[in-house]
Design a protein around this ligand. Structure first.
Ligand SMILES: Cc1cc2nc3c(=O)[nH]c(=O)nc-3n(C[C@H](O)[C@H](O)[C@H](O)COP(=O)(O)OP(=O)(O)OC[C@H]3O[C@@H](n4cnc5c(N)ncnc54)[C@H](O)[C@@H]3O)c2cc1C
Length: 486
Protein backbone atom coordinates (compact mmCIF):
# COMPACT_ATOMS: atom_id res chain seq x y z
CA UNK A 1 0.00 0.00 0.00
CA UNK A 2 1.37 3.44 -0.91
CA UNK A 3 2.06 5.71 2.05
CA UNK A 4 1.25 9.40 2.50
CA UNK A 5 2.36 11.66 5.33
CA UNK A 6 0.43 14.87 6.04
CA UNK A 7 1.97 17.71 8.04
CA UNK A 8 -0.81 19.38 10.06
CA UNK A 9 -4.37 18.45 10.98
CA UNK A 10 -5.98 21.71 9.87
CA UNK A 11 -9.23 21.28 7.97
CA UNK A 12 -7.40 20.80 4.66
CA UNK A 13 -5.00 18.28 6.21
CA UNK A 14 -7.90 16.24 7.62
CA UNK A 15 -9.81 16.42 4.32
CA UNK A 16 -6.71 15.37 2.37
CA UNK A 17 -6.24 12.41 4.70
CA UNK A 18 -9.85 11.30 4.10
CA UNK A 19 -9.58 11.63 0.33
CA UNK A 20 -6.30 9.73 0.14
CA UNK A 21 -7.58 7.05 2.50
CA UNK A 22 -10.63 6.61 0.28
CA UNK A 23 -8.23 5.94 -2.59
CA UNK A 24 -6.51 3.21 -0.61
CA UNK A 25 -3.43 5.05 0.74
CA UNK A 26 -1.92 4.37 4.13
CA UNK A 27 -2.13 7.86 5.73
CA UNK A 28 -0.37 9.32 8.78
CA UNK A 29 -0.98 12.88 9.99
CA UNK A 30 1.52 14.68 12.25
CA UNK A 31 0.05 17.59 14.22
CA UNK A 32 1.98 19.84 16.56
CA UNK A 33 -1.08 20.76 18.65
CA UNK A 34 -2.81 18.34 20.99
CA UNK A 35 -6.08 18.62 19.01
CA UNK A 36 -7.27 18.47 15.37
CA UNK A 37 -8.70 21.39 13.37
CA UNK A 38 -5.98 24.07 13.50
CA UNK A 39 -7.81 27.40 13.35
CA UNK A 40 -11.11 25.54 13.68
CA UNK A 41 -10.83 25.09 17.42
CA UNK A 42 -13.11 25.76 20.38
CA UNK A 43 -12.75 26.48 24.10
CA UNK A 44 -14.83 27.08 27.23
CA UNK A 45 -14.75 30.04 29.59
CA UNK A 46 -16.75 29.04 32.67
CA UNK A 47 -20.18 28.03 31.35
CA UNK A 48 -19.66 29.67 27.97
CA UNK A 49 -18.42 27.86 24.83
CA UNK A 50 -16.68 29.72 22.01
CA UNK A 51 -15.50 28.82 18.52
CA UNK A 52 -11.99 30.25 18.45
CA UNK A 53 -11.65 31.00 14.73
CA UNK A 54 -14.08 30.70 11.81
CA UNK A 55 -17.68 31.64 12.46
CA UNK A 56 -19.20 31.77 8.98
CA UNK A 57 -19.98 28.48 7.26
CA UNK A 58 -20.82 28.26 3.58
CA UNK A 59 -20.88 25.38 1.06
CA UNK A 60 -21.51 22.50 3.52
CA UNK A 61 -21.72 20.19 0.51
CA UNK A 62 -17.90 20.08 0.47
CA UNK A 63 -18.01 18.53 3.96
CA UNK A 64 -20.85 16.15 3.07
CA UNK A 65 -18.89 15.00 0.03
CA UNK A 66 -16.23 13.49 2.30
CA UNK A 67 -18.75 11.22 4.02
CA UNK A 68 -20.17 10.28 0.62
CA UNK A 69 -16.73 8.95 -0.40
CA UNK A 70 -17.28 6.05 2.00
CA UNK A 71 -21.00 5.67 1.39
CA UNK A 72 -21.81 7.16 4.82
CA UNK A 73 -24.81 9.40 5.35
CA UNK A 74 -23.41 12.83 6.34
CA UNK A 75 -26.60 13.70 8.25
CA UNK A 76 -25.88 10.94 10.75
CA UNK A 77 -22.52 12.51 11.66
CA UNK A 78 -22.64 16.22 10.93
CA UNK A 79 -25.71 18.41 11.50
CA UNK A 80 -26.25 21.92 10.18
CA UNK A 81 -29.13 24.14 9.14
CA UNK A 82 -29.52 27.06 6.78
CA UNK A 83 -30.02 30.51 8.29
CA UNK A 84 -32.83 32.73 6.97
CA UNK A 85 -30.82 35.84 7.76
CA UNK A 86 -27.15 35.58 6.86
CA UNK A 87 -26.15 38.82 8.60
CA UNK A 88 -27.54 41.92 10.33
CA UNK A 89 -25.84 45.17 9.36
CA UNK A 90 -25.65 48.31 11.51
CA UNK A 91 -24.40 51.78 10.63
CA UNK A 92 -23.87 54.63 13.05
CA UNK A 93 -26.27 56.87 11.11
CA UNK A 94 -29.06 54.57 12.36
CA UNK A 95 -29.42 52.51 9.16
CA UNK A 96 -30.17 48.83 9.84
CA UNK A 97 -30.41 46.05 7.30
CA UNK A 98 -31.04 42.32 7.47
CA UNK A 99 -29.44 40.26 4.72
CA UNK A 100 -32.05 37.61 3.98
CA UNK A 101 -30.80 34.44 2.32
CA UNK A 102 -33.67 34.68 -0.11
CA UNK A 103 -32.43 37.00 -2.88
CA UNK A 104 -35.76 38.59 -3.73
CA UNK A 105 -36.53 39.17 -0.05
CA UNK A 106 -33.12 40.80 0.40
CA UNK A 107 -33.61 42.99 -2.69
CA UNK A 108 -36.96 44.11 -1.19
CA UNK A 109 -35.24 44.90 2.13
CA UNK A 110 -32.56 46.91 0.30
CA UNK A 111 -35.28 48.83 -1.54
CA UNK A 112 -37.20 49.51 1.68
CA UNK A 113 -34.20 50.52 3.81
CA UNK A 114 -31.86 52.09 1.24
CA UNK A 115 -34.20 53.09 -1.58
CA UNK A 116 -32.25 51.07 -4.15
CA UNK A 117 -34.44 49.66 -6.97
CA UNK A 118 -34.57 45.85 -6.75
CA UNK A 119 -33.46 45.36 -10.37
CA UNK A 120 -30.11 47.09 -9.66
CA UNK A 121 -29.11 44.62 -6.97
CA UNK A 122 -30.51 41.60 -8.79
CA UNK A 123 -28.52 42.52 -11.91
CA UNK A 124 -25.33 42.80 -9.85
CA UNK A 125 -25.97 39.38 -8.29
CA UNK A 126 -26.69 37.81 -11.67
CA UNK A 127 -23.39 39.09 -13.04
CA UNK A 128 -21.50 37.69 -10.05
CA UNK A 129 -23.21 34.35 -10.59
CA UNK A 130 -22.04 34.33 -14.19
CA UNK A 131 -18.44 35.05 -13.12
CA UNK A 132 -18.62 32.27 -10.56
CA UNK A 133 -20.02 29.73 -12.99
CA UNK A 134 -17.40 30.57 -15.62
CA UNK A 135 -14.48 30.21 -13.22
CA UNK A 136 -15.63 27.47 -10.86
CA UNK A 137 -14.16 24.52 -12.74
CA UNK A 138 -10.92 26.19 -13.80
CA UNK A 139 -10.13 28.26 -10.76
CA UNK A 140 -11.63 26.52 -7.77
CA UNK A 141 -11.65 22.86 -8.60
CA UNK A 142 -8.32 22.35 -10.37
CA UNK A 143 -4.69 23.26 -10.04
CA UNK A 144 -4.20 26.54 -11.94
CA UNK A 145 -0.60 25.57 -12.47
CA UNK A 146 -1.06 22.62 -14.79
CA UNK A 147 -1.28 23.13 -18.52
CA UNK A 148 -4.16 20.67 -18.78
CA UNK A 149 -6.30 23.08 -16.74
CA UNK A 150 -6.08 25.60 -19.54
CA UNK A 151 -6.67 23.24 -22.43
CA UNK A 152 -10.36 22.72 -22.12
CA UNK A 153 -13.68 24.19 -23.10
CA UNK A 154 -14.30 25.87 -19.72
CA UNK A 155 -11.15 27.95 -20.08
CA UNK A 156 -12.09 28.99 -23.60
CA UNK A 157 -15.50 30.12 -22.35
CA UNK A 158 -13.82 32.10 -19.56
CA UNK A 159 -11.36 33.76 -21.96
CA UNK A 160 -14.16 34.82 -24.29
CA UNK A 161 -15.82 36.49 -21.28
CA UNK A 162 -12.64 38.12 -19.97
CA UNK A 163 -14.22 41.59 -19.81
CA UNK A 164 -16.90 40.33 -17.50
CA UNK A 165 -14.25 39.58 -14.86
CA UNK A 166 -13.43 43.28 -14.29
CA UNK A 167 -9.83 42.45 -13.41
CA UNK A 168 -8.60 45.96 -14.27
CA UNK A 169 -10.85 47.61 -11.66
CA UNK A 170 -10.93 47.31 -7.89
CA UNK A 171 -13.86 45.67 -6.13
CA UNK A 172 -14.79 49.08 -4.71
CA UNK A 173 -14.74 50.69 -8.20
CA UNK A 174 -17.09 48.02 -9.50
CA UNK A 175 -19.39 48.28 -6.50
CA UNK A 176 -19.54 52.10 -6.65
CA UNK A 177 -20.36 51.99 -10.35
CA UNK A 178 -22.95 49.23 -10.19
CA UNK A 179 -24.54 49.60 -6.77
CA UNK A 180 -24.11 53.39 -6.29
CA UNK A 181 -25.79 53.69 -2.87
CA UNK A 182 -22.97 54.10 -0.25
CA UNK A 183 -24.33 51.68 2.41
CA UNK A 184 -24.79 48.99 -0.22
CA UNK A 185 -21.31 49.63 -1.64
CA UNK A 186 -19.82 49.25 1.84
CA UNK A 187 -21.80 46.06 2.42
CA UNK A 188 -20.56 44.43 -0.79
CA UNK A 189 -17.01 45.76 -0.27
CA UNK A 190 -16.79 43.77 2.92
CA UNK A 191 -16.65 40.48 1.02
CA UNK A 192 -12.99 41.31 0.26
CA UNK A 193 -12.32 40.50 3.91
CA UNK A 194 -13.42 36.91 3.27
CA UNK A 195 -9.94 36.37 1.91
CA UNK A 196 -8.26 39.01 4.05
CA UNK A 197 -7.93 41.64 1.32
CA UNK A 198 -8.76 45.29 0.80
CA UNK A 199 -11.78 46.10 -1.43
CA UNK A 200 -9.79 49.10 -2.67
CA UNK A 201 -7.05 46.85 -4.05
CA UNK A 202 -8.52 43.44 -4.80
CA UNK A 203 -9.84 43.10 -8.40
CA UNK A 204 -13.50 43.52 -9.38
CA UNK A 205 -13.57 39.83 -10.19
CA UNK A 206 -14.04 39.31 -6.45
CA UNK A 207 -17.72 40.25 -6.63
CA UNK A 208 -18.04 36.50 -7.03
CA UNK A 209 -17.04 35.89 -3.39
CA UNK A 210 -20.43 37.00 -2.13
CA UNK A 211 -22.06 34.57 -4.55
CA UNK A 212 -21.16 31.62 -2.31
CA UNK A 213 -23.08 33.24 0.54
CA UNK A 214 -25.91 34.86 -1.37
CA UNK A 215 -26.68 31.96 -3.69
CA UNK A 216 -26.10 29.01 -1.40
CA UNK A 217 -26.68 30.62 2.01
CA UNK A 218 -24.94 30.57 5.36
CA UNK A 219 -25.28 27.67 7.74
CA UNK A 220 -25.28 27.07 11.44
CA UNK A 221 -23.37 23.99 12.56
CA UNK A 222 -25.54 22.57 15.30
CA UNK A 223 -22.65 21.62 17.60
CA UNK A 224 -20.61 24.71 16.75
CA UNK A 225 -18.07 25.38 13.98
CA UNK A 226 -15.57 23.09 15.68
CA UNK A 227 -17.79 20.16 14.72
CA UNK A 228 -16.68 20.58 11.10
CA UNK A 229 -13.19 19.57 12.21
CA UNK A 230 -14.32 17.06 14.85
CA UNK A 231 -16.77 15.17 12.64
CA UNK A 232 -14.21 14.91 9.83
CA UNK A 233 -11.48 13.90 12.25
CA UNK A 234 -13.80 11.14 13.55
CA UNK A 235 -14.52 10.02 9.98
CA UNK A 236 -10.79 9.89 9.19
CA UNK A 237 -9.95 7.83 12.29
CA UNK A 238 -12.93 5.50 11.69
CA UNK A 239 -11.50 4.80 8.26
CA UNK A 240 -8.00 4.10 9.49
CA UNK A 241 -6.06 7.38 9.17
CA UNK A 242 -3.46 7.57 11.93
CA UNK A 243 -3.12 10.94 13.72
CA UNK A 244 -0.09 11.73 15.85
CA UNK A 245 -0.63 14.74 18.11
CA UNK A 246 1.97 16.90 19.86
CA UNK A 247 4.33 16.01 17.01
CA UNK A 248 5.96 18.97 15.33
CA UNK A 249 7.53 18.15 11.97
CA UNK A 250 10.97 19.79 11.85
CA UNK A 251 12.07 18.78 8.36
CA UNK A 252 10.81 17.38 5.09
CA UNK A 253 13.28 14.72 3.98
CA UNK A 254 14.38 15.19 0.38
CA UNK A 255 16.61 12.84 -1.61
CA UNK A 256 17.48 13.30 -5.29
CA UNK A 257 14.86 16.06 -5.57
CA UNK A 258 12.18 13.75 -4.21
CA UNK A 259 10.28 14.08 -0.91
CA UNK A 260 10.72 10.80 0.93
CA UNK A 261 9.38 11.53 4.40
CA UNK A 262 9.56 13.82 7.43
CA UNK A 263 11.58 14.24 10.57
CA UNK A 264 9.80 14.56 13.93
CA UNK A 265 11.99 15.06 17.00
CA UNK A 266 14.94 12.83 16.17
CA UNK A 267 12.89 10.20 14.34
CA UNK A 268 12.50 9.84 10.59
CA UNK A 269 9.24 8.65 8.98
CA UNK A 270 9.17 7.58 5.34
CA UNK A 271 6.38 7.77 2.74
CA UNK A 272 5.74 7.89 -1.01
CA UNK A 273 4.07 11.31 -0.74
CA UNK A 274 4.40 14.24 1.65
CA UNK A 275 1.59 16.80 1.88
CA UNK A 276 2.13 19.98 3.83
CA UNK A 277 -0.90 21.61 5.45
CA UNK A 278 1.49 23.96 7.23
CA UNK A 279 1.47 27.52 5.87
CA UNK A 280 3.59 27.43 2.71
CA UNK A 281 6.00 30.19 3.90
CA UNK A 282 7.25 28.39 7.04
CA UNK A 283 7.10 25.09 5.13
CA UNK A 284 9.86 26.45 2.89
CA UNK A 285 11.65 28.51 5.54
CA UNK A 286 11.69 25.92 8.31
CA UNK A 287 11.10 22.46 6.85
CA UNK A 288 12.93 22.81 3.53
CA UNK A 289 16.05 24.74 4.50
CA UNK A 290 18.61 24.61 1.73
CA UNK A 291 16.04 23.88 -1.01
CA UNK A 292 15.24 26.36 -3.79
CA UNK A 293 12.42 28.72 -2.70
CA UNK A 294 9.61 30.09 -4.88
CA UNK A 295 10.43 33.62 -3.73
CA UNK A 296 7.89 35.54 -5.82
CA UNK A 297 4.99 33.64 -4.36
CA UNK A 298 6.44 33.53 -0.85
CA UNK A 299 6.96 37.29 -0.85
CA UNK A 300 3.33 38.05 -1.67
CA UNK A 301 1.66 40.38 0.82
CA UNK A 302 -0.07 38.42 3.59
CA UNK A 303 -3.81 38.62 4.20
CA UNK A 304 -5.09 40.58 7.18
CA UNK A 305 -5.18 39.15 10.68
CA UNK A 306 -7.59 39.78 13.57
CA UNK A 307 -7.96 40.81 17.17
CA UNK A 308 -10.78 38.90 18.84
CA UNK A 309 -12.56 39.47 22.13
CA UNK A 310 -14.53 36.51 23.44
CA UNK A 311 -17.08 37.82 25.92
CA UNK A 312 -19.50 35.97 28.16
CA UNK A 313 -22.31 38.53 28.57
CA UNK A 314 -25.01 38.66 31.23
CA UNK A 315 -27.80 39.71 28.90
CA UNK A 316 -29.57 38.82 25.62
CA UNK A 317 -29.83 41.27 22.74
CA UNK A 318 -32.98 40.64 20.64
CA UNK A 319 -31.79 42.87 17.77
CA UNK A 320 -28.77 40.64 17.09
CA UNK A 321 -28.68 37.29 15.29
CA UNK A 322 -25.86 34.80 14.62
CA UNK A 323 -23.80 37.20 12.44
CA UNK A 324 -23.80 40.97 12.93
CA UNK A 325 -21.64 43.74 11.54
CA UNK A 326 -21.19 47.26 12.87
CA UNK A 327 -19.55 49.19 10.06
CA UNK A 328 -16.72 51.68 10.37
CA UNK A 329 -17.59 55.23 9.41
CA UNK A 330 -14.59 55.42 7.12
CA UNK A 331 -14.06 52.06 5.52
CA UNK A 332 -11.26 53.11 3.17
CA UNK A 333 -9.20 54.57 5.97
CA UNK A 334 -9.63 51.33 7.87
CA UNK A 335 -8.08 49.22 5.09
CA UNK A 336 -5.36 51.81 4.42
CA UNK A 337 -4.45 51.56 8.08
CA UNK A 338 -4.34 47.78 8.07
CA UNK A 339 -2.33 47.31 4.89
CA UNK A 340 -0.20 50.48 4.78
CA UNK A 341 0.27 51.97 8.18
CA UNK A 342 -0.01 48.55 9.79
CA UNK A 343 -2.17 49.61 12.67
CA UNK A 344 -5.78 49.18 13.75
CA UNK A 345 -7.95 52.11 12.76
CA UNK A 346 -9.58 53.76 15.77
CA UNK A 347 -13.10 53.28 14.40
CA UNK A 348 -12.95 49.64 13.24
CA UNK A 349 -15.68 47.53 11.68
CA UNK A 350 -16.86 45.08 14.32
CA UNK A 351 -18.04 41.54 13.61
CA UNK A 352 -20.16 40.05 16.39
CA UNK A 353 -21.07 36.40 16.21
CA UNK A 354 -23.33 34.82 18.79
CA UNK A 355 -23.93 31.08 18.65
CA UNK A 356 -25.91 30.87 21.92
CA UNK A 357 -28.90 32.35 20.03
CA UNK A 358 -29.20 29.00 18.21
CA UNK A 359 -27.16 26.72 20.47
CA UNK A 360 -28.49 27.47 23.98
CA UNK A 361 -25.90 25.25 25.70
CA UNK A 362 -23.20 27.72 24.54
CA UNK A 363 -24.15 30.20 27.32
CA UNK A 364 -26.00 30.20 30.66
CA UNK A 365 -29.68 31.24 30.67
CA UNK A 366 -30.29 34.92 29.78
CA UNK A 367 -26.65 35.26 28.72
CA UNK A 368 -24.84 35.30 25.36
CA UNK A 369 -21.42 34.22 24.06
CA UNK A 370 -20.03 37.06 21.94
CA UNK A 371 -17.20 36.56 19.47
CA UNK A 372 -16.13 40.11 18.67
CA UNK A 373 -13.62 40.34 15.81
CA UNK A 374 -11.76 43.34 14.38
CA UNK A 375 -9.66 43.19 11.21
CA UNK A 376 -6.04 43.87 11.99
CA UNK A 377 -2.59 43.98 10.43
CA UNK A 378 -0.24 41.01 10.61
CA UNK A 379 1.91 40.21 13.57
CA UNK A 380 5.09 42.19 13.13
CA UNK A 381 6.06 42.21 16.80
CA UNK A 382 3.80 45.12 17.70
CA UNK A 383 2.98 45.76 21.35
CA UNK A 384 -0.30 43.80 21.24
CA UNK A 385 -1.01 44.34 24.93
CA UNK A 386 -1.06 48.08 24.42
CA UNK A 387 -2.99 47.85 21.12
CA UNK A 388 -5.64 45.60 22.68
CA UNK A 389 -6.25 48.12 25.47
CA UNK A 390 -6.90 50.93 22.97
CA UNK A 391 -8.98 48.79 20.60
CA UNK A 392 -11.11 47.42 23.44
CA UNK A 393 -11.98 50.94 24.56
CA UNK A 394 -12.96 52.01 21.02
CA UNK A 395 -14.94 48.85 20.36
CA UNK A 396 -16.92 49.18 23.58
CA UNK A 397 -17.64 52.83 22.83
CA UNK A 398 -18.99 51.97 19.38
CA UNK A 399 -21.12 49.04 20.57
CA UNK A 400 -22.58 51.18 23.36
CA UNK A 401 -23.50 53.87 20.86
CA UNK A 402 -25.16 51.54 18.37
CA UNK A 403 -26.97 49.31 20.88
CA UNK A 404 -27.58 52.08 23.42
CA UNK A 405 -26.17 49.98 26.25
CA UNK A 406 -23.27 49.76 28.70
CA UNK A 407 -21.64 46.61 27.41
CA UNK A 408 -18.65 46.64 29.76
CA UNK A 409 -20.83 46.19 32.84
CA UNK A 410 -22.32 43.03 31.27
CA UNK A 411 -19.03 41.23 30.55
CA UNK A 412 -18.52 38.43 33.07
CA UNK A 413 -15.95 36.33 31.18
CA UNK A 414 -13.31 37.50 28.73
CA UNK A 415 -10.47 36.16 26.62
CA UNK A 416 -8.51 38.07 23.99
CA UNK A 417 -6.77 36.64 20.92
CA UNK A 418 -4.23 38.62 18.91
CA UNK A 419 -2.43 37.99 15.58
CA UNK A 420 0.49 36.76 17.67
CA UNK A 421 -1.75 34.07 19.21
CA UNK A 422 -3.05 33.09 15.77
CA UNK A 423 0.52 32.70 14.57
CA UNK A 424 1.61 30.66 17.57
CA UNK A 425 -1.37 28.27 17.62
CA UNK A 426 -1.50 27.50 13.87
CA UNK A 427 2.01 28.44 12.65
CA UNK A 428 0.39 30.74 10.08
CA UNK A 429 2.99 33.16 8.79
CA UNK A 430 2.59 36.56 10.58
CA UNK A 431 -0.79 35.39 11.90
CA UNK A 432 -2.54 35.92 8.57
CA UNK A 433 -6.01 34.40 8.43
CA UNK A 434 -6.01 33.39 4.76
CA UNK A 435 -2.40 33.06 3.57
CA UNK A 436 -1.53 35.57 0.84
CA UNK A 437 -3.85 38.55 0.36
CA UNK A 438 -5.54 39.07 -3.00
CA UNK A 439 -4.49 42.71 -3.06
CA UNK A 440 -2.96 42.45 -6.51
CA UNK A 441 -4.12 40.98 -9.81
CA UNK A 442 -1.44 38.32 -9.69
CA UNK A 443 -1.78 37.22 -6.08
CA UNK A 444 -5.55 37.03 -6.49
CA UNK A 445 -5.13 34.20 -8.97
CA UNK A 446 -1.65 32.76 -8.66
CA UNK A 447 -1.15 31.56 -5.14
CA UNK A 448 1.42 28.88 -4.53
CA UNK A 449 0.49 25.72 -6.46
CA UNK A 450 -0.73 22.57 -4.75
CA UNK A 451 2.50 20.79 -5.72
CA UNK A 452 6.20 21.61 -5.68
CA UNK A 453 7.85 22.56 -8.96
CA UNK A 454 11.26 21.38 -7.77
CA UNK A 455 10.64 18.50 -5.42
CA UNK A 456 8.79 15.46 -6.66
CA UNK A 457 6.07 13.90 -4.47
CA UNK A 458 5.68 17.04 -2.37
CA UNK A 459 2.21 18.60 -2.25
CA UNK A 460 0.51 21.51 -0.45
CA UNK A 461 -3.01 22.00 0.86
CA UNK A 462 -4.71 24.62 3.04
CA UNK A 463 -5.48 28.30 3.18
CA UNK A 464 -2.04 29.57 2.15
CA UNK A 465 -2.04 27.84 -1.26
CA UNK A 466 -4.34 27.51 -4.27
CA UNK A 467 -7.31 28.05 -4.43
CA UNK A 468 -7.24 30.10 -1.19
CA UNK A 469 -8.27 30.58 2.43
CA UNK A 470 -11.58 29.93 4.14
CA UNK A 471 -13.11 26.54 4.87
CA UNK A 472 -14.70 25.78 1.46
CA UNK A 473 -11.52 26.61 -0.46
CA UNK A 474 -9.35 24.67 1.99
CA UNK A 475 -11.61 21.65 1.42
CA UNK A 476 -11.22 22.15 -2.33
CA UNK A 477 -7.43 22.30 -2.00
CA UNK A 478 -7.59 18.80 -0.48
CA UNK A 479 -9.63 17.61 -3.44
CA UNK A 480 -7.12 19.09 -5.90
CA UNK A 481 -4.17 17.52 -4.06
CA UNK A 482 -5.70 14.06 -3.94
CA UNK A 483 -6.54 14.28 -7.66
CA UNK A 484 -3.00 15.43 -8.48
CA UNK A 485 -1.50 12.55 -6.52
CA UNK A 486 -3.74 10.09 -8.25
C1 LIG B 1 -10.13 34.37 13.61
C2 LIG B 1 -10.41 33.67 12.32
C3 LIG B 1 -11.63 33.82 11.70
C4 LIG B 1 -11.89 33.16 10.50
N1 LIG B 1 -13.15 33.24 9.97
C5 LIG B 1 -13.50 32.40 8.95
C6 LIG B 1 -14.84 32.22 8.59
O1 LIG B 1 -15.73 32.82 9.19
N2 LIG B 1 -15.13 31.35 7.58
C7 LIG B 1 -14.16 30.63 6.93
O2 LIG B 1 -14.50 29.85 6.02
N3 LIG B 1 -12.87 30.78 7.27
C8 LIG B 1 -12.51 31.61 8.28
N4 LIG B 1 -11.21 31.71 8.69
C9 LIG B 1 -10.17 31.05 7.89
C10 LIG B 1 -10.13 29.55 8.16
O3 LIG B 1 -10.08 29.31 9.52
C11 LIG B 1 -8.87 28.99 7.52
O4 LIG B 1 -8.79 29.35 6.15
C12 LIG B 1 -8.82 27.47 7.61
O5 LIG B 1 -9.32 26.97 8.83
C13 LIG B 1 -7.37 27.08 7.42
O6 LIG B 1 -7.25 25.70 7.42
P1 LIG B 1 -5.89 25.02 7.01
O7 LIG B 1 -6.24 23.63 6.59
O8 LIG B 1 -5.14 25.85 6.06
O9 LIG B 1 -5.05 24.85 8.34
P2 LIG B 1 -4.84 25.64 9.70
O10 LIG B 1 -6.13 25.79 10.40
O11 LIG B 1 -3.99 26.82 9.50
O12 LIG B 1 -4.03 24.53 10.48
C14 LIG B 1 -2.73 24.13 10.16
C15 LIG B 1 -2.38 23.02 11.14
O13 LIG B 1 -1.07 22.56 10.86
C16 LIG B 1 -0.38 22.39 12.08
N5 LIG B 1 1.06 22.51 11.81
C17 LIG B 1 1.68 23.60 11.26
N6 LIG B 1 2.99 23.37 11.13
C18 LIG B 1 3.19 22.11 11.60
C19 LIG B 1 4.36 21.29 11.74
N7 LIG B 1 5.57 21.72 11.36
N8 LIG B 1 4.22 20.05 12.26
C20 LIG B 1 3.01 19.59 12.65
N9 LIG B 1 1.88 20.33 12.56
C21 LIG B 1 1.98 21.56 12.04
C22 LIG B 1 -0.92 23.50 12.97
O14 LIG B 1 -0.71 23.21 14.34
C23 LIG B 1 -2.38 23.51 12.58
O15 LIG B 1 -3.14 22.62 13.36
C24 LIG B 1 -10.90 32.37 9.88
C25 LIG B 1 -9.65 32.23 10.50
C26 LIG B 1 -9.42 32.85 11.72
C27 LIG B 1 -8.09 32.64 12.41
Amino acid sequence: MKKAIIIGAGIAGIASSIRLRSKGYDVQVFESNSYPGGKLASFNLGNYRFDAGPSLFTMPNYVDELFDLFGENPKEHFAYKKKDISCNYFWEDGTRLSAFSDKQKFANEVKKKLGVPTHRLLKYLKKAEKKYNLTKTIFLEKSLHKLSTFLNIDTLKAIVNLNLFQIGKSLNDVNEKELIEPHLVQLYNRFATYNGSSPYKTPGMMTLIQHLEQEHGTFLVEKGMVDIANSLFNLATRKGVVFKFNKNVSQILVENKKAIGVQVDSKKYYANYVISNMDVVPTFNKLLKGQKKPNIVLNQERSSSAVIFYWGLKKEFPSLDLHNIFFSNNYKKEFDSIFNKKEIFNDPTIYINITSKDIPSDAPKNCENWFVMINSPNNESQDWKKIVQIVRKNVIKKINKILKTDIESLIEKERVYTPKDIESTSQSYLGSLYGASSNSKISAFLRHPNFSNNILNLYFCGGSVHPGGGIPLCLLSAKIVSNLIE
